[in-house]
Design a protein around this ligand. Sequence first.
Ligand code: BGC
Length: 371
Amino acid sequence: MGKRSKALGLLTAAVLTVGMAGCGSEGGSGGGSELDVGIVLPTKDEPRWVQDETRFQDALADSDYTTEILFSQGSSAKEKENVETLISKGMDVLIIAPHDGAAAGSAVEAAKDEGITVISYDRLITDTDSVDYYVTFDSVAVGEAQGQYLVDNAEGSGIPLYLYAGAASDNNAFLFFEGAWNVLQPKIADGTFVIANSSEAEALKDKSELSREELGSILGQVTTNWDPSEAKNKAETHLTSAGADMKGNVSILAPNDGTARSIADVFATDGAITDYTITGQDAEKASIQYIIDSKQSMTVFKDVRTLVEDAMGMAVDVLDGNTPETTATYDNGSMEVNAKQTDVIVVDQENVQSELVDSGYYEASEFEGLE
Ligand code: BGC
């Protein structure tokens, strides 16, 4: 107990300290052979999740808790294996961002069977009642911010709108698209935008609220699967088949930074595209450089330090025998999961310096062209 309370103070201090050197994947120097917290992240191939690893390491550098971080490399089988490895090490709490929200059910059920507390991290694990808590950003607000940015930057009417979405195996992809649709749909209905690349979205353009199935039918057409090269191929196909009326000054809903950069690159090389506005999310360093260079219009900054702090705070509460505080609930198809939700911030050229550099999230020296 004493150890735990002390460690919480250290954890909080460490979370507030930015830019500390990370330790190895084994955080903490704590006592026995038992693993306090196991952390499973979806893939090292996307900078977004490497950010999470780094922020966990920063937060845990001085903590007394034993932790271990494993990556699933975009495979549900590897994810299950990771969870089993951590179970065999005696973990008490599992923090997991699933690769595929539904497929992760069997991994967390195995953990639950061992009495382990399961915290779904950023992405909701669906269709199982084996999730204890969920820490997340406000994902509908992420999509709304993306849609609002396109609306705010739209001039005139009849603007071609290219829609892209995340992977249908990720519940967040639905929430992001739903949020964007909330804001974009009235502006499609009034003729400000004309959908350029989705007959399914076109068929639903007069509906302000879409069912999961309807969202799924649009996602089926415009998914990137969170894969930048799939996004690139889709964008190329769309521009090849687009007529002259769907070129010129266009708006692009890109679901995250990785896909935004590859879609932007395709649009930038089409001579008939005179200008484009494109969204993103995650504040990945490469996209911050794209924003500085006017190649990407905006990103949604999700402060991973807060998510890490919330997830570890919950884990510590559980280890101490306390009930974590939650602020919302999410329906995962099987149950209402108690959740803690965090706000997001829109970043573009105007506020990149104040939000991301002056705030200490990144260093100015990591970018070219920032004062
Ligand atoms: C996360 C995003 C991320 C995407 C692709 C989503 O679940 O919320 O931050 O860009 O997955 O990894």
